[in-house]
Write a protein that binds this ligand. Structure first.
Ligand SMILES: Cc1ncc(COP(=O)(O)O)c(C=O)c1O
Length: 458
């Protein structure tokens, strides 16, 4: 039986293909993955050959090219010694349910089409909102990532500012953010064509209420009138420091500014009793983002975007067109209305399924595990003679220096340990100095994994 045509028929060829794909998916979520690394495009072209052809190369060959050539040219983000950027470690339940959700191909934009999926997503959003202490009618949507979440939140904030002060309709807005805010805040400001006034962070990269107040006072009256939002970070990406959310939130209220909290990386730690206190004040947020694809064990791509008052977001984001008239916007919860998008996959489903399967207590325990291993790693660095902590960790980022190393040595070491399959650790910098940074979100990562890295730096 020809398994290439017709494309949508479920014949023996399709059955064989489904089995092979599902077997691969099952194997992949269960395996201890090799770290792997990127391969130059010419090499991939040579190994893979031409894959997109008029006749098709057939299921067996396409899957073999994927398994043998292309997949190994991608770094395994869920490897326990992947420490760069912000790793991810989806649960088996979340990873496999993503396969199921993809198979169902649900339109997650409108209640009319995706009610069941949206109900489930909203259950997961509700859990995050409750962890943050937001009101019970807070709500939002899962978007593709923190960058998209920050942009949509800031668009809603500006909509409110202009709605409340119509004279500002053609005025360029201003947001206040810390220099340690994620690059996506500046990017969102560029896309929106608004100005950013940078508030000074302290020596640990933390934004305080006092700093926001000093920034406010340094601004002209005109600038103050144009300011519509202050952004704080719940776990800075480079060092994992939580801003003074209480202080910044209270100043935002004093000056009538929208308070946005970017907890894309650190928000998962709301579930961790040992550090929950750091987030006090987050309940004041007008909008909040937390990325389940970072530290809440969901696959890419997934950012929970929550609004204190979802009606504002809906007013800012709802699209209107004749062919969309049949959608009810008053009674139905249409996720399309809460961000800069229309069509969307129900990307919150893997998190919902895994939460439903394992329970929220398992999430708290898994996040605590990374926090504990981070603290153990800090102890090991403190007691080593070749390494030195740049600062005490607050969440799950370890930043440290190797005594006597130049920038070139850091990069050469980083390349070598990746090529050797030992670990993926890219250098970063702190106040101009090249240093190392390990970000831990994988519950499979142990103190021994850290020690392998530390020993390789001798
Ligand atoms: C604090 C913070 N905000 C936003 C982002 C951007 O998220 P994404 O890469 O999902 O767009 C990141 C990514 O690391 C982050 O750490």
């Amino acid at each position: 039986m020809n398994d290439r045509a017709p494309m949508h028929a479920f014949d023996r060829g399709a059955k064989r293909l489904s089995k092979r794909i599902l077997r691969y998916a099952l194997k992949r979520v269960r395996m201890d993955p090799p770290l792997d690394h990127a391969v130059p495009a010419e090499e991939l072209r040579r190994l893979a050959g031409h894959t997109v052809t008029a006749e098709g190369i057939g299921a067996e060959r396409a899957m073999s090219v994927w398994e043998d050539v292309l997949a190994p040219a991608c770094i395994s983000i869920d490897h326990p010694r992947y420490f760069s950027y912000v790793p991810a470690a989806p649960t088996e339940a979340a990873g496999l349910f993503d396969v199921a959700a993809s198979a169902a191909n649900i339109f997650g934009g409108s209640w009319q089409e995706g009610a069941g999926a949206i109900f489930a997503e909203n259950e997961a959003l509700r859990w995050i909102a409750a962890l943050a202490g937001m009101p019970t009618d807070a709500g939002g949507v899962f978007v593709s990532g923190g960058t998209a979440g920050n942009l949509s939140a800031l668009v809603a904030a500006r909509w409110k500012w202009r709605h409340d002060s119509p004279s500002m309709n053609s005025t360029r807005g201003v947001i206040i953010a810390s220099r340690a805010a994620h690059s996506s805040i500046n990017q969102a400001a560029q896309v929106m064509d608004v100005d950013v006034v940078w508030a000074e962070d302290d020596d640990r990269g933390r934004l305080s209420g006092d700093s926001v107040q000093a920034t406010w006072q340094s601004m002209s009256e005109e600038q103050q009138r144009c300011t519509f939002c202050v952004v704080a970070t719940g776990g800075t990406t480079n060092v994992g420091i939580v801003d003074d959310l209480e202080g910044v939130g209270s100043l935002a209220a004093t000056h009538g500014l929208w308070f946005h909290v970017d907890a894309a990386y650190g928000g998962a730690a709301l579930a961790a009793p040992s550090v929950r206190e750091l987030f006090n004040g987050i309940e004041r947020a007008d909008s909040l983002i937390v990325d389940p694809h970072k530290w809440l064990f969901a696959p890419f791509d997934s950012c929970a975007l929550l609004y204190r008052n979802p009606q504002i977001a809906r007013a800012a984001h709802t699209q209107h067109a004749e062919y969309l008239d049949a959608l009810r916007h008053d009674d139905d919860w249409n996720p399309s209305d809460y961000a800069h998008h229309l069509t969307r996959r129900a990307r919150g489903l893997p998190l919902w399924f895994s939460l439903a399967v394992h329970g929220t207590a398992a999430y708290s325990e898994s996040v605590e595990r990374s926090l504990t291993v981070t603290r153990e790693g800090a102890d090991d660095i403190r007691s080593s003679s070749h390494l030195e902590l740049v600062m005490e960790p607050e969440l799950s980022v370890l930043m440290f220096r190797r005594h006597g190393w130049t920038t070139e040595q850091y990069y050469a070491w980083s390349d070598k340990v990746l090529t050797d399959g030992l670990a993926f650790v890219v250098p970063t910098s702190w106040r101009g100095e090249t240093v190392l940074r390990l970000c831990l979100v994988n519950p499979a990562t142990t103190r021994d994994d850290l020690r392998l890295v530390f020993d390789s730096l001798k």
